[in-house]
Design a protein around this ligand. Sequence first.
Ligand SMILES: [Zn+2]
Length: 370
Amino acid sequence: MKSCARGFLVLAAVAAASVLFAGHFLVQSSAAVAQPPTTAEQALKAFAAMRPIDVHVHVFKSDPQFQALLESLNLKLLNILVVDDTLSYRKQLEPQIKDALDLVQSSRGHIALCTTFDPYKFNDANFDAGAIRQINHDFAQGAVAVKIWKNIGMEIKDRDGKFVMPDDPKFAPIYNDIARHGKTLMAHVAEPDVAWGPPDPSDPSWSYYQENPQWFLYNKPGFPSKQEILTARDHVLADHPKLRMVGVHLGSMEKDLDNIAAHFDRYPNFAVDTAARMEYLMIATPEKVRAFLIKYQDRVLYGTDLDLIASADVEESLKEWQSTYVRDWKFLATDETFDSEGRKVHGLKLPEAVLQKIFRNNALHWIPGL
Ligand SMILES: [Zn+2]
């Protein structure tokens, strides 16, 4: 009886297993109809097929693994310099320029340079002449663009103790020089709304202000309002119609697509990049973002703000670079719903021609020389 019972158990187990197997098969075939989610590998392959250009990165070292990533993704980068007196490795401009030009050389065509000038010299007698001499020298070495940063408007003061704004007359000869050379101004002017407070842990940029409290202006009297700074930026657009300006970080209008659209309509010399602000597009209404990106498909450049600092753990950094490109591809190119940092993101599935503009062609148009 014992062996008979065992035989029955085996039979029952086989029967149960075949029911399970059949059930599993059914689930699999219905999933196949609904299409399996895009894998990271597939996303990177499709991204690479665009011959993408990331117009907003900060790379401080050359590395064979990093170079291999650029080559495998057919990826070109615009490496942006900034003078920042709150970070030791960004305080001095000259060594940054030298390192960045070396990187352009060693990258075999994968990295281009966006130079800058030192705005902390603003109160020097020959500030603008010196800045122009230096950026022209960088243009001669191949720099394709010039960056201005948020320290103009939010940190640097003139001799009277007033905040220096982007439309200060002292900058006009510099802007004219950039336009005359056919180069592009990459303008990081102001910050996300949350920098002016109140504290908002749900905001995608919140963690930045916890790590960089010097830029969090809530309850700090005396700073210009965000609108004052952006208005000064708009004066530059109006006063220099031949100057191409890319307002980086969605032109600091990250929560207001209508306002970005109004700027595009008003200033034909203005475009934006998506650097470090894709999260705001991901939390906005998908239909609205999709319509915006289709209507203004010639005005939005793909950028990330990814970095590779000298002390970086390259392997860890490369994971972040890849996962960012995977996330952005899935968001812009697929109709999948996926999780990103605890948020549900709905893919926009933009038309192929629009993707080609955002990931590549707009960069070539707005930043000639790339
Ligand atoms: Zn940046």
